[in-house]
Design a protein around this ligand. Structure first.
Ligand code: OOB
Length: 556
């Protein structure tokens, strides 16, 4: 085959050098995933182009008072890409994107995909500490924000970040730009842009994490689009699907499981909801005849409560997905009778692997398991502390590798040694058991993390922030049970001298720019932290102590 023919047949495979700090799949696995038809050489930019060509006038996005057709979204992505190029952005430049659930999120992401620049998807709750880290670690050249959201002014945060991060050249604002650049000003005649390679990194997700600093997850067009396509199929999406994005759009669950991208892939409609409360979501469901949405367990409970007295017509809902944290079977059982739709459990992770209960599963599976993997090529192992497979049905550590699970975090060599096995399995940190039918039940967690109603808090990260306070000598953050959120965080602290009031510690953390959900829900002062026989902090004892204490309080 001449080289010309080769490049015509597989333009997306025309690889340049891999992005530094990224761990690609071994060549033989990449071949396998291509041969199996999982990796098709498609890109996000082309996906939108094709859908827009097929049905330009159909509505793709609804949010606030905006309604964008596929054709309009496609054009806007082209014009914004041209504007970004003119501004000086280049392929592979990293761009931290922190937007609420508004149409601009998709305009910006698709524009960056077209340009080959790499979005780093931050969450609206992140503050100075997290954003500065993402910008520094990725050497981001631009930061995209909304002017204000939920009473918070992102422009002020951006001004601080610009002062602190030397690589950052542009702050782009959806809405009133203040001293920054308005996104709406970046509108140029489309220009011809080279297609990024499908096997290359397309963007970064964030890890819930369990270490001192957050980890970044590089996802390729090939791997992510496979998970999107397969998810859309498992969830039965088609052109009539209407998805309500309630959780933050940038989260893996909302974005791709099957989420907004799954619905855009299927030619359906994405409705963007700014707040997850029933007050805001229910009217959208009625007005747009929403068929599918995704919630974390605490929100599902709140919705079920409100739905009983709802004045809105929710009858269009066919599937309610719940994931991000363990859904109690009692809550799962109430979904059908209360909302008149199916419940689907989703156990996924930004690193890759996503499990779904299937829509035709019997209740015993749909209500009591967290689903099974997307792909026949998702390899799942359940092992003991020495990485030996446990007996079938026993609880162990979940390890996984496959066609859409990363082989390493971005620029994190030392951590990758621990987070992945030598043969490339990701250590999820979850404790699971596998049913005879191959479904997973999440039984607990071995990672040092708090799952606060689906929001993940890395204990070490918060401990490091608390330890920066001059009055704190020692710190351990653990999960405590909570009737509503499942878990909340409790910080056990040892003072140097007189312990300051808890509110002083919390104010200190806010001042350091730590995201509000990471600020401890409770602080307990001790003379010393308990230790295990090998001298490590005995977090098990701390968890037991606070759980007992709360149980006593509840009885009293
Ligand atoms: C999702 O992704 P992340 O990256 O925020 O968090 C992943 C972790 C898992 O390792 C597990 O510890 C926990 O969240 N988790 C669940 C769960 N779903 C996630 N634990 C128990 N039951 C579940 N159903 O949370 C995520 C990504 C894609 C789809 C859905 C959730």
């Amino acid at each position: 085959m001449s080289s010309q023919e080769e490049s015509r047949q597989a333009p997306a495979q025309a690889r340049t050098q891999a992005l530094d700090g990224w761990t690609p799949w071994p060549a033989e696995m990449a071949d396998l995933y291509r041969r199996a038809g999982y990796w098709r050489g498609d890109t996000f930019g082309r996906l939108l182009r094709e859908r827009a060509a097929r049905h330009p006038d159909r509505i793709a996005l609804v949010g606030g008072d905006r309604r964008l057709s596929y054709g309009e979204l496609d054009r806007r992505a082209d014009r914004l890409a041209a504007g970004l190029l003119r501004l000086g952005l280049r392929p592979r430049d990293r761009v931290v994107v922190q937007l609420p659930n508004i149409a601009e999120f998709f305009e910006v992401c698709f524009a960056l995909f077209r340009l080959g620049a790499l979005p780093v998807l931050a969450l609206p709750a992140h503050r100075r500490a997290e954003i500065a880290y993402f910008c520094e670690h990725t050497e981001a050249v631009a930061y995209v924000i909304a002017d204000r959201d939920g009473g918070f002014d992102y422009r002020e945060l951006a001004s601080q970040i610009r002062r602190d991060v030397s690589t950052l050249r542009h702050v782009l604002v959806a809405g009133e730009p203040g001293e920054h650049t308005a996104l709406s000003s970046l509108d140029r005649e489309p220009v011809e842009l080279p297609e990024p390679a499908a096997g290359d990194v397309a963007f970064f997700q964030l890890s819930g994490g369990s270490t001192g600093v957050p980890k970044l997850i590089p996802r390729t067009h090939d791997d992510y689009l496979y998970s999107v396509r397969a998810s859309a199929e498992i969830c039965g999406l088609d052109e009539g699907s209407v998805y309500l994005a309630v959780l933050p759009v940038a989260h893996n669950f909302t974005l791709s499981s099957p989420g907004s991208l799954g619905v855009l892939h299927a030619g359906g409609r994405v409705v963007l909801c700014r707040r997850p409360s029933p007050d805001e979501a229910f009217p959208w469901i009625e007005r747009e005849r929403v068929t599918l949405t995704a919630l974390v367990p605490p929100l599902a409970s709140v919705w079920l409560e409100s739905a009983r007295a709802a004045r809105h017509d929710l009858s269009s809902l066919k599937v309610l997905q719940v994931g991000g944290a363990r859904l109690p079977a009692e809550v799962a059982r109430r979904v059908g009778p209360t909302l008149g739709c199916k419940v689907q459990q989703v156990f996924g992770m930004a690193e890759g692997l996503v499990n779904y209960t299937r829509l035709d599963d019997p209740d015993a599976i749909a209500l009591e398991t967290q689903g099974r993997p997307i792909s026949p090529h998702d390899e799942v192992r359940v092992v003991d502390d020495e990485d030996r497979d446990v007996e079938p049905g026993q609880v162990g550590h979940l390890l996984t590798r496959g066609p859409y699970t990363i082989r390493g975090y971005y620029r994190a060599d030392a951590h990758n040694e621990k987070a992945f096995t030598r043969d490339g399995f990701y250590r999820t940190g979850d404790l699971v058991r596998r049913t005879p039918e191959g479904y997973l039940v999440v039984e607990g967690r071995a990672k040092d993390q708090i799952n606060r109603g689906g929001e993940k808090i890395a204990a070490e990260e918060v401990e490091n922030h608390v330890l920066a306070h001059p009055a704190v000598r020692d710190a351990a953050l653990v999960a405590m049970p909570d009737a509503h959120l499942g878990e909340r965080s409790c910080a056990f602290l040892v003072a140097r001298g007189q312990p300051p009031p808890a509110r002083e510690i919390n104010a200190f953390l806010r001042e350091r720019g730590v995201a509000p959900y990471k600020v401890p829900d409770r602080i307990e002062w001790l003379d010393a932290l308990p230790t295990t026989s090998v001298g490590k902090v005995d977090k098990k004892a701390l968890r037991r102590w606070i759980a007992d204490r709360l149980a006593q309080g509840a009885r009293a």
